[in-house]
Every structure is written in C-alpha cells, then in structure tokens.
Write a protein that binds this ligand. Structure first.
Ligand SMILES: Cc1cc2nc3c(=O)[nH]c(=O)nc-3n(C[C@H](O)[C@H](O)[C@H](O)COP(=O)(O)OP(=O)(O)OC[C@H]3O[C@@H](n4cnc5c(N)ncnc54)[C@H](O)[C@@H]3O)c2cc1C
Length: 264
C-alpha cells in the first residue's frame, strides 16, 4: 500500500501526493500556525484513491490503519500515531502492507521480514456475446500465474485473465498494449476469438515473495514459535489461492497462536 505524507495543522489535513520535490509548504504552514490563529472557513469533498483513505483513515469509523505493533507492556496495535489498542493477539494479514507493518512491529527481527515482490494481474473484458458458460482454465504455462483463464461475472459477461506483469510500484492501471499477449494465449483454446474484441478491464496486485524465474514460494505464516513473540502472527505472501484457502489459513493461525505448537 502506498503511504502519503500527511500534515495536520490548524484543523486542516494536507496530503502530499508526490515525493518528487519538497517546496517547503510544511515549514510555511508551521510558521503561520505559530503566530496566527487559523480558523478553517469551509470544508470540501474530495475524490481520492481508496488506498489513501485506508492508509490515512479519513473515515476512522470504518478504516483504522494500523501504524505499528507494540509488544512491551500491554500487547497492542497502534491504529493511529497517538492512539493504542490493547489486545490479546495480533494477526497481521495486511496483504500488500504486511511487510511494512511487520517492520513497524516492536522487537520483531527485521531480517525475518521477507521481500515483497509485486505482480500485477490484468484482466481484459470481451465485448461480444459470451461463448463459454463455464470457467476455462488452460494448463499453466506462464511464470508466476495460472494462465489467462476465462471467468464469468455475475451478469454472465466473459473476462480473461489474470496475466502476470512484474511491477515496482503498486498501480492498478491496465496497459491496453498487453491485449496482444492476451489474444495469443486465448487463441490457444479459442482460435475464433475475433480481432478487436478485448477491452482493458481491471487489475489486482499479488503480494509475491519470489520474483521472475524463481520457484514459487509458499505462504509464509510466522507465529510465536518462529519469532518468539507470543500472541503475534505475521502472514506474508498470501496471494492466490489465499481466498480459497482462507479457512485453512485461519486454522493455521489459531494453531500457531497456541504457542510452541510449531518448531522453528
Ligand atoms: C489478480 C488476482 C486474482 C486472484 N484470484 C484468486 C482466485 O481465483 N482464488 C483465490 O483463492 N485467490 C485469488 N487471489 C488471491 C486473493 O485475492 C488473496 O489471497 C486474498 O485477497 C488475501 O486476503 P488477505 O485478507 O490476506 O489480504 P487482502 O485481501 O490483501 O487484504 C488486506 C487488507 O489489509 C489492509 N491493510 C494493509 N495495510 C494495513 C494497515 N497498516 N492497517 C490496516 N489495514 C491495512 C489492506 O488495505 C487490505 O484491505 C487473487 C489475487 C489477485 C491479485
């Protein structure tokens, strides 16, 4: 998850959207606040990417980003810079944010945090009438994924994907140029796919633990028996089939929380 620098001053929230240059804005506001009373005169609604809402908790009733995990004294999660919540156990299942949160876990050995490799999965939608009534999964041939399979949405429309595109930063834009490779792989099992029938649809980003050409890594579930901190489980690399395996994953987490049940 991308994190944005925030400045909260005089009841106003400023979000720094780009790190490209620092124009000294924070310093100016800071100076103004020292010798002036600033009264916000109006509020405006803003449109913003969902990840910014989640990370910065604009709506704290629904989205409480965890800024850190402390283990000294009462075991707890820090849902804001200033607040702390005492709990019996913390399960870090933050997906793409799991490594960042693990790094912000007090006393957690930093060298246990695995690298995070981002692999975008793009989907293309089919513009015409559906020709398949079932999901079609070709035998996997691509590095890092299951191959370009056919899915059907709730309205019965056909969608193809996901492919595997290794990326450096979290970004969900589908590059229309990738349609070329989709036509080629879909025509392996549907040679009659018409030209110009695919449109960019949506994308998801996998939190992988290994990169291109490397053998796929298994899910990494780090419980007390691995790192020695009771009541803490970090879940890394929960990509596909994480959803399908969610009940088994939950069982494993409960087992690991029962300290000592797994040898390091
Ligand atoms: C393209 C694609 C196709 C897939 N297809 C399948 C499939 O067919 N079958 C299948 O089983 N699985 C599939 N998966 C995998 C599946 O989506 C994941 O395994 C599953 O979503 C993992 O669930 P999770 O709860 O661990 O993480 P996520 O669903 O990633 O949820 C993590 C949540 O934590 C939040 N978060 C992050 N940092 C913080 C923080 N500091 N504080 C608070 N919240 C935070 C995030 O905003 C997010 O809401 C697919 C994934 C992709 C990308």
């Amino acid at each position: 998850m991308r994190e944005y620098r925030l400045l909260v001053a005089a009841g106003l929230v400023f979000v720094q959207l780009s790190d490209k240059h620092d124009n000294g804005f924070a310093g100016v506001i800071d100076k103004l606040c020292k010798d002036r009373l600033i009264v916000p005169g109006f509020t405006i609604k803003v449109r913003t990417p969902a990840e910014m809402v989640v990370e910065n908790a604009f709506d704290e009733n629904h989205f409480g980003p965890v800024h850190g995990i402390s283990v000294s004294g009462a075991f707890g999660a820090r849902p804001s810079e200033s607040g702390e919540l005492a709990v019996d156990a913390v399960v870090n299942s933050a997906g793409l944010g799991a490594q960042a949160l693990a790094r912000r876990t007090e006393d957690y050995p930093q060298d246990r945090v695995p690298r995070l490799v981002l692999a975008r999965g793009n989907y293309f939608g089919y513009a015409g009438r559906p020709v398949f009534s079932r999901l079609v999964y070709p035998a996997p041939r691509i590095d890092g994924g299951l191959g370009t399979h056919v899915t059907l949405d709730l309205a019965g429309r056909m969608r193809f994907g996901p492919d595997v595109e290794w990326i450096d930063e979290e970004n969900y834009n589908v590059n229309p140029e990738r349609a070329k490779s989709f036509y080629a792989s879909i025509r392996r099992y549907w040679p009659a796919l018409p030209d110009n029938s695919l449109q960019p649809d949506y994308a998801g980003v996998r939190p992988k633990l290994t990169g291109p050409g490397e053998p796929a890594a298994d899910f990494m579930i780090e419980g007390p028996a691995h790192h020695g901190l009771p009541g803490l489980v970090h879940m890394f690399g929960i990509e596909s089939p994480g959803l399908t395996s969610s009940l088994s994953l939950a069982d494993e987490v409960v087992t690991q929380l029962d300290a000592g049940s797994i040898s390091a």
